[in-house]
Design a protein around this ligand. Structure first.
Ligand SMILES: O=C(O)CCC(=O)C(=O)O
Ligand SMILES: [Fe+2]
Length: 278
């Protein structure tokens, strides 16, 4: 029996009573439904090999290699390794690896014309303290906007790149850093739930189209203030064996980036796109 319980007031749910290696269609459908309803789903206590993790991940969509080639698993390019090779040959902490995802609230893949539907992590090593991942609902962010902003944003698109205005591209190979901007509506209707979300990423957006540069920068700053609503959050404290999947179409996240650097915090990570329409 799949048991679903809430972890946060609006987002975050936990699934008990399953081994994801052996899930029939109806059990998987219950997990998928919980994921659409709660946006972030935790499945604790799983013992997985890479192939198990990939097979389970593919039930959500198509697993794609991440553009950061240097952090791909050497034998499985679809797996990104988080927290591996943190120290350089000179013993210095590589901050881009240690603080990956910790520079700000974001959604994964906004730099692609077709952003990642989901990101899924499996915890292999967890530090003794710190290293949480924080989540926030984009639906709650949209709902909190004043009417003035909802009206101003309706139909507007933003231009996004991998490194955004700061050109934060340390995890990309040199030859991949010249990113062509892509465009996304700032108010995004979720393709499966039909709900409106504030689709936004201050670290990847370059500008909001149709505004003067100063206006665009001011609006970006204002919108950043709505991303995290008091009742829209869930903070995940990792345990080894946790699988966590989040929906990039309706949630933001960031890594706390605060664990003791000498300790291991290692995850397998997959980026999942929509299955092409049949
Ligand atoms: O390591 C984490 O907690 C999350 C990092 C992140 O932003 C990601 O994997 O997309
Ligand atoms: Fe991320």
């Amino acid at each position: 029996m799949v048991e679903v319980s809430r972890r946060g007031p609006k987002i975050g749910a936990e699934i008990r009573g399953v081994d994801v290696r052996k899930l029939n269609e109806s059990s998987f459908a219950a997990i998928y439904r919980a994921w659409l309803d709660y946006n972030v789903v935790v499945v604790p206590d799983q013992e997985l090999e890479i192939e198990d993790f990939l097979r389970y991940s593919r039930r959500f969509g198509v697993v794609h290699p991440h553009p950061s080639k240097m952090t791909r698993h050497p034998d499985h390019p679809e797996i990104t390794l988080l927290g591996v090779d943190k120290f350089g040959p000179d013993g210095a902490l590589n901050m881009a690896i240690y603080r990956r995802g910790a520079e700000g609230w974001h959604t994964d893949g906004a730099y692609d014309q077709e952003p990642f539907k989901a990101t899924q992590l499996y915890a292999l090593a967890v530090p003794s303290r710190g290293g949480d991942t924080l989540f926030a609902s984009m639906y709650a962010a949209y709902d909190a906007l004043p009417e003035r902003l909802k009206t101003l944003l309706e139909g507007r698109v933003g231009a996004f790149t991998y490194g955004g205005r700061r050109r934060a591209t340390a995890l990309l190979n040199e030859e991949d850093r010249d990113w062509t901007p892509v465009f996304h509506p700032i108010v995004r209707v979720h393709p499966e739930t039909g709900r409106r979300a504030l689709y936004f990423d201050p670290g990847k957006i370059l500008r909001i189209e149709g505004l003067e540069p100063e206006e665009s920068d001011a609006l970006i700053e204002e919108l950043a203030g709505y991303m995290v609503q008091p009742d829209g959050g869930y903070r995940h404290q990792w345990k080894k064996g946790d699988i966590v999947i989040w929906d990039n179409r309706c949630s933001y996240h960031r890594a706390a980036g605060d664990y003791p650097p000498e300790e291991d915090r290692v995850h397998w990570r997959v980026s999942i796109k929509e299955r092409p329409a049949a």
